[in-house]
Design a protein around this ligand. Structure first.
Ligand code: ADP
Length: 627
């Protein structure tokens, strides 16, 4: 049959594998065994509804064969198999391969770390093989097909003879070099080690013929060698083992082989329950967001086993949206094998397990927050947005379950703190939880409105994530204390006397302020003098529910919903610019208008907002400078 080209994206992944300098090449075996095990799982699942499948579950196995002379390593499963079309689709294309997409987005990283972070799948065979053949026969099919490739120049698919259903992967090993001894993958010792390390828990026997020796018949000291088939793995799923018998390395290996993430998980949650609903669960909190986490295609969910059969690999009913980062396995015997997605939703066991897991995840995260803060910060960096989203997307309905997991940057502590800690540290006379928003903590620290709060000796939260303000708005209050934006025009930290004084100044200068407001136009709701600023000439605050930064976020969203914050330009009444304004009001109203526009632009820039007419403003500044 004619040679076919790989899709260009697959070609690049393949290139990556063939020329890989990745030192951990042994993982190819884990990937192929994992595919074989999946294929067995799929056949078991099909057999639930298709009585024509005759394979008994006790016959399911994965066989590894070695031929040292021919330098061939074979892996055979008697799982579901692939037909011609599937060979083509599954092995000819890695259409939107995760690792490739990641590589494009992270061009600076070297290949090693990319391979290190993802399950690389079938193509990893090319790290050790110069030629790969895949012989496969699908469970309900008469014909078998053979896929052959020697790397990037393409592949062929032809009909072939194969008696049993299932798949055989034949790898022709690369030649040994100074640095790489590929022939070691033909040694019993190496294979045993790799299988024990990564695939011990696989629930189908992984079998291999090994050489053994025994006393010769009738002899007392003469030995003979003989060959026997042995099972290399213990086949006990990790989650069924007792916690005390599992090492951290075993958990980590299980996690990376199962979920394709080579970075250690931040938290392992191994839990089980007996009672009305019995289950075992092994859950992981990753240390970083998967590359596709913030894409629509990302699907949350846990693997669900019942009676030893994997019935769903992403059961989303088991974890709420705000914990969608949790990976793991749930095993229960309380569900029927042919439970459908629809009935699953209302199944009381599923509901009970989900509820128990949710509170377990919460308490484990809380535990990390209280006892392992450095790791918690990593967690929050990766998944804090999800927790925040969980709060604001439901208008605060879930706040009781999630608010104690929130941490924000505290000006006083110069680190993240919980809301509880903030409230406990509130000073005498402080009634509200203060926050300010901006792109970075440094930028927020320079905001004029923040100065007054700091001067009072109150702590203030610096919110740098665009979701933060929506989150605190959804919370409204914590422990009876309301949240207050430093840029809210109603923030009043002045004494009664100061307020009286400033009201009088505003009243006395009413006409001038009106003139300034008119010069700026419809952008702002009000212009007034203030006593809240110390060194800064101006600041921008807002009236009502929508702050300037919320306006920015909402209006940047790809929806038709646009909002307007009611902005107030506040001018520092003790700043020398005020005298200038008053003088201009008397002598040169045209000039006053220019000053007004410049001051307003300044206030916007300080807030991190853009200005609509930068050329006009820069011309105005030059005109004044040149005087
Ligand atoms: P992944 O396993 O991450 O989907 P792979 O590149 O390892 O990616 O495999 C691609 C697809 O090829 C699998 O999803 C599966 O459908 C199919 N496949 C691979 N190996 C086997 C096998 N031994 N038996 C049946 N199908 C297989």
């Amino acid at each position: 049959m004619k040679k076919k080209e790989f899709k260009s994206s697959s070609k690049r992944v393949l290139d990556l594998m063939i020329n890989s300098i990745y030192t951990n090449k042994e993982i190819f075996l884990r990937e192929l065994i994992s595919n074989a095990s999946d294929a067995e799982d799929k056949l078991v699942f099909k057999a639930l509804t298709d009585s024509s499948i005759k394979t008994a579950s006790s016959d399911l196995k994965i066989v590894i064969e070695r031929d040292k002379d021919a330098r061939i390593l074979k892996i055979t499963d008697n799982g579901i198999g692939m037909d011609e079309k599937e060979l083509e689709e599954n092995l000819g294309t890695i259409a939107e391969s995760g690792s490739l997409k990641f590589k494009e987005e992270n061009k600076d990283q070297n290949d090693t770390s990319i391979i290190g972070q993802f399950g690389v799948g079938f193509y990893s065979a090319f790290m050790i093989a110069k030629k790969v053949e895949v012989l496969s026969k699908k469970y309900n099919s008469e014909k078998a097909y053979k896929w052959v490739s020697e790397g990037t120049d393409g592949y062929t698919i032809d009909e072939c003879d194969k008696k049993d259903i299932g798949t055989t992967i034949i790898m022709h090993l690369k030649d040994d070099t100074e640095d790489e001894k590929y022939s070691e993958y033909l040694e019993e010792y190496t294979i045993r080690n790799i299988v024990t390390k990564y695939s011990d828990y696989i629930k189908y026997p992984i079998m291999m013929e090994v050489e053994n020796s025994r006393l010769k018949d009738g002899s007392k000291d003469e030995y003979e060698t003989f060959k026997e088939m042995v099972t290399l793995n213990t086949m006990v799923p990790l989650w069924k083992k007792a916690k005390k018998d599992i090492t951290e390395e075993e958990y980590n290996n299980f996690y990376s082989s199962r979920f394709g993430d080579y970075d250690k998980p931040l938290k392992v949650i191994h839990t089980n329950a007996e009672g009305l609903t019995s289950y075992k669960a092994l859950l992981f909190v990753p240390s970083h967001a998967p590359f596709d986490y913030y894409y629509k295609e990302y699907k949350r969910g846990l693997e669900l086993y019942t009676n030893g059969v994997l019935i769903m690999d992403k059961c989303e009913e088991l974890v709420p949206e705000y914990y969608s980062f949790v990976k793991g396995v749930v095993d229960t015997d309380d569900l029927s094998l042919n439970i459908s997605r629809e009935t699953l939703q209302n199944d009381r066991h599923v509901i009970a397990i989900a509820k128990a897991l949710e509170s377990k995840i919460h308490s484990e995260l809380k535990d990390m927050l209280e006892n392992d803060f450095e790791n918690y910060k990593k967690f929050f960096e990766a998944f804090g947005s999800q927790i925040k989203y969980g709060i604001y997307s439901t208008y605060g309905m879930n706040k009781d379950k999630l608010q104690d997991l929130l941490v924000f940057y505290s000006h006083e502590k110069q680190d993240l703190i919980t809301l509880d800690e903030y409230v406990k540290n509130m000073k005498d006379g402080q009634e509200e939880i203060y926050y300010a928003t901006g792109e970075t903590t440094d930028k927020i620290d320079g905001l004029p409105q923040v100065e007054q709060i700091k001067n009072k000796g109150f702590d203030i939260l610096y919110l740098t994530n665009y979701l933060d303000e929506f989150t605190v708005n959804a919370l409204r209050e914590f422990d009876g204390k309301k949240f207050k934006n430093a840029a809210d025009s109603s923030l009043d930290l002045e004494t009664e006397e100061e307020k009286k004084e400033i009201n009088k100044i505003n009243e006395d200068n009413k006409d001038m302020l009106k003139e300034i407001k008119e010069a700026i136009g419809d952008d702002i709701a009000d212009v007034r003098f203030t006593k809240k600023l110390v060194n800064h000439p101006v600041c921008l605050t807002s009236e009502g529910d929508i702050s300037a930064s919320m306006e920015k976020v909402i209006n940047a969203m790809p929806t038709d919903e646009k909002v307007n914050a009611k902005l107030v330009l506040e001018i520092n009444e003790s700043h020398s610019i005020c005298n200038k304004l008053k003088e201009l009001y008397k002598t040169d109203k045209e000039e006053l208008k220019k000053y007004a526009k410049i001051l307003y632009s300044e206030a916007r820039l300080i807030e991190g907002l853009s200005i609509e007419n930068p050329t006009q403003i820069s011309n105005l500044i030059c005109e004044i400078m040149a005087k």
